[in-house]
Design a protein around this ligand. Structure first.
Ligand code: ADP
Ligand code: MG
Length: 238
């Protein structure tokens, strides 16, 4: 399960309201992309959902339950960080198992989950290597593996591919899309790249200065952008 509901959520830093009252429903299993220019509030919104920032007012619900004051580790969501967040001195196996070790899962269960994630991500042959001995794409897959083993209700990605070169980025997009096909778990993916949004999303949320300009499928946004901002950003011919 992984249905996430934001009800009149706001976020203020000091005097600045970065997120004005915002309502949004993310359906279970959906691949939702938050897209918009730099500084529009994408990361803030994702961090509010993850619980890494407290909302100022409003309510966040996960599968119907009020999660507003639930600490991040108990929300059942997994944030996927960029591959450079791996521990260089640990093997791939230990990197992937890390959150399970922290949670105190028994060794056998850790091994089972790590091996399952490695199989899904084609990392089985690399479990005893260190991050430095992997390609950029493999390192990114390890970062995703560390999220998969937690069996989250949703995966949250904040521009996970922005430090990869262009060719690798295309491949990783396909891999993340395929992962969504396989796991059918809710994914929220933040990017400023409209191509990424258009090719990966079931549903796109276009943000501008913390406001939702439009929500819809890539085709809906392309065919019927609600305003010039969306049209311009999506690159539709209107
Ligand atoms: P994006 O991810 O879309 O580039 P962010 O969510 O990082 O945008 O930032 C949105 C706005 O909130 C920016 O104006 C940024 O400067 C501001 N902001 C983000 N985090 C903080 C913070 N911890 N304190 C103050 N302002 C912040
Ligand atoms: Mg950001």
């Amino acid at each position: 399960m992984g249905r996430i509901t934001l009800d009149k959520v706001t976020k203020t830093f000091g005097e600045v309201e970065v997120i004005p009252p915002l309502d949004l429903v993310i359906e279970d299993g959906e691949f939702t992309v938050f897209v918009g220019p730099s500084g529009c509030g994408k990361s803030t919104l994702l961090r509010l959902i993850a619980g890494l920032e407290d909302i100022t007012t409003g309510q966040i619900r996960i599968d119907g339950a009020d999660a507003t004051n639930v600490p991040p580790a108990r929300r059942g969501l997994a944030m996927v960080f960029q591959s450079y967040a791996l521990y260089p001195h640990m093997s791939v196996r230990k990197n992937i198992a890390f959150p399970l070790r922290m949670a105190g899962l028994d060794k056998a269960e850790q091994t089972r989950r790590v091996e399952q994630a490695a199989a899904v991500l084609n990392l089985t042959d690399y479990l005893d290597r260190r991050p430095g001995q992997l390609s950029g794409g493999q390192r990114q897959r390890v970062a995703i593996g560390r999220a998969i083993v937690r069996e989250p209700a949703a995966f949250l990605f904040d521009e996970p591919l922005s430090n990869l070169d262009a060719a690798l980025r295309v491949g990783m997009r396909l891999e993340i899309s395929e992962l969504h096909e396989r796991l059918k778990t809710t994914m929220i993916y933040v990017t400023h790249d409209q191509v990424e949004a258009m090719t990966m999303a079931d549903k796109i949320v276009v943000l501008r200065a913390g406001n939702i300009e439009q929500v819809g499928s890539p085709l809906e946004l392309y065919r019927t952008p609600r305003n010039l901002f969306v049209a311009g950003f999506i690159g539709s011919p209107r």
